[in-house]
Design a protein around this ligand. Structure first.
Ligand code: FAD
Length: 506
């Protein structure tokens, strides 16, 4: 009967029709297909995933639904625990075949294992694909005797062995329709909106991000960027401008993270723009655009193979540092989150993060350093959680990798090199246009005080219509004092770690 070929395609991170091998497999094997997305209740709270992030997901789903409808299908969205939802859909529709993208994050890895077990027990065809990375991560690890490389040089050596990544595949021209009797209680009739998530604490009026979701928009942005040939060819990440009012990097991360732009597709288009073929041997610069995709890939490999990678304790690559936690940390963290540190550059960046849901890489550097080893000595895990609340591109592997880096917990160890909260943005923005945009209360300060408004004489503050300590906070810490003190603390923590290692060795 009809039931025999009902397939289930579980959309997870790769919210797209282009370059979707799992979906193509589903189309090949099923005459009736249920395309499903599960809004996991675990993450359905503004405390973990803010309103901008959540609306980004919902907008992306709406676009995916439009794409599917144009091909004869549609998307079904269910709120719940992934395994419970999958079990109930399998049972209700007597699903015979499941396709999905496998994942490297521990939480999702467990779900993958469960799903394979379920399929084995119930005699359902299971087809898990790696779709979110350039390479199959198991293959790369295998090439390195099971261990993730911890340096870019080591990573590039593995890439050289691995050969070019899989080529992207085209979007299907048609998608089999869903079963006709699918309309039932827990499945949304249409893609949910923020208003549908009110009971989880979301308010549509809180949304501020201007990013436009979906595959089409991702392609448009990518093509626009790649058309600027010399900009692409000379792209050097450390030299891009964090204070530019329009993103000075591609700003494709919100699309890549939700999979509405395939990494493999972007990679292939990038090489095309550079006039390279995937097989060509060429020097790969860490700061190049191609290099950025390798940083991503490396973060995924490390996250995949390092136990407890999202925390300090029990994490073999992470330095053990006595960070501030508890009440005082929470107080400092809150001021940092809300852009109330009294350092205009820090506050502007944090305001952009909350408003746009995106921040330039070097802006992320500045605020992450400030929160942790630089000034506030707050635990990196707490900062990471705040980033996850606001970033549209929030990504488990990359954010944990980056917070290790910026807090000098792993990968980067030059703790004596610290970003200056009053000097760093001045290099690219002498007049403070970025600060004036994102901390408008300071907009009338003269250029020479814009990064240190507390130093302005009271007449200047009055003329600017902003009294420091009243309308805008005094700095919460003295950078010159605290950054030096914290370097001392880092030195001690590193020495202790060395002593522990020695004890361990003998
Ligand atoms: P581009 O420079 O145009 O790079 C193109 C793509 O390469 C990006 O979209 C991204 O997919 C990848 N990429 C770029 N830089 C990195 C990097 N350093 N590591 C890994 N992949 C990279 N990126 C996220 O996608 N999600 C996160 O949650 C995240 N958290 C971060 C937290 C901190 C503390 C720091 C310092 C960085 C974090 N990054 C994160 C990495 C980086 O800042 C962003 O990927 C980048 O700024 C996104 O902008 P873009 O798309 O214009 O990047």
């Amino acid at each position: 009967g009809l039931g025999e070929s009902v397939g289930l395609h579980w959309f997870r991170k790769d919210l797209r029709l282009h370059d979707n091998r799992a979906l193509l497999k589903a189309i090949k094997t099923s005459s009736t297909l249920i395309p499903l997305y599960i809004l996991d209740t675990k993450y359905l709270s503004p405390a973990y995933r803010g309103v901008n992030y959540q609306s980004w997901i919902l907008d992306t789903l709406r676009c995916l639904n439009d794409e599917l409808r144009a091909k004869g299908s549609r998307l079904f969205v269910v709120i719940g625990n992934p395994i419970n939802v999958l079990l109930s859909v399998i049972e209700k529709f007597q699903v015979k075949s499941i396709t999905w993208e496998r994942d490297t994050e521990p939480y999702n890895k467990d779900i993958d294992d469960r799903l394979y077990d379920i399929c084995r027990d119930d005699e359902i065809d299971a087809h898990g694909f790696w779709g979110h990375t350039l390479y199959d991560p198991d293959y790369l690890l295998e090439l390195n005797e099971g261990a993730a490389p911890l340096t870019m040089t080591g990573f590039l050596n593995i890439i050289a062995l691995a050969g070019p990544p899989l080529k992207p595949v085209a979007a299907p021209s048609t998608v089999p329709g869903p079963p006709t009797d699918i309309y039932c209680g827990d499945i949304f009739e249409t893609i949910p909106t923020l208003s549908d998530l009110k009971s989880y604490g979301y308010n549509p009026l809180d949304k501020t991000t201007k990013f436009v979701a979906g595959e089409k928009e991702a392609f448009r942005r990518m093509e626009k960027f790649l058309a600027q040939r010399s900009r692409v060819a000379t792209f050097d990440k450390p030299k891009t401008n964090p204070t530019s009012l329009e993103p000075d990097t591609t700003a494709l991360s919100p699309y890549i993270s939700r999979g509405s732009l395939s990494t493999r597709y972007f990679y292939s288009k990038l090489l095309e723009a550079l006039g390279e073929s995937t097989e060509s041997t060429r020097p790969i610069l860490k700061g190049s655009l191609e290099g950025q995709l390798y940083w991503r890939e490396m973060a995924y490999l490390i996250g995949y193979s390092t136990p407890n990678f999202n925390q300090m304790v029990g994490n073999p690559v992470c330095k053990q540092i006595p960070w501030l936690e508890g009440k005082e940390a929470k107080m400092l963290l809150h001021k940092w989150e809300m852009g109330k540190t009294g350092y205009p550059a820090i506050d502007a960046a944090m305001n952009q993060l909350r408003i746009d849901g995106w921040l330039h890489h070097l802006g992320r550097h500045l605020v992450a350093c400030f929160l942790t080893r630089g000034d506030l000595w707050v635990h990196w895990e707490l900062g990471r959680d705040i980033f996850n609340r606001y970033l549209l591109d929030s990504d488990w592997s990359i954010t944990n990798f980056s917070w290790h880096w910026l807090s000098c917990s792993a990968f980067f160890h030059q703790y004596f090199r610290c970003y200056g909260p009053t000097t760093f943005f001045k290099r690219t923005d002498q007049t403070g246009a970025y600060v004036r945009k994102f901390v408008p209360i300071l907009k009338n300060f003269p250029d020479n005080y814009i990064y240190e408004p507390w130093k302005a004489p009271i007449e200047v503050q009055e003329a600017a219509g902003c009294i420091i300590g009243k309308d805008y906070p005094m700095p919460i810490v003295d950078h010159d004092v605290e950054s030096k003190r914290n370097m001392g603390k880092m030195r001690m923590a590193y020495l202790n770690a060395q002593l522990l290692n020695l004890n361990f060795m003998y």
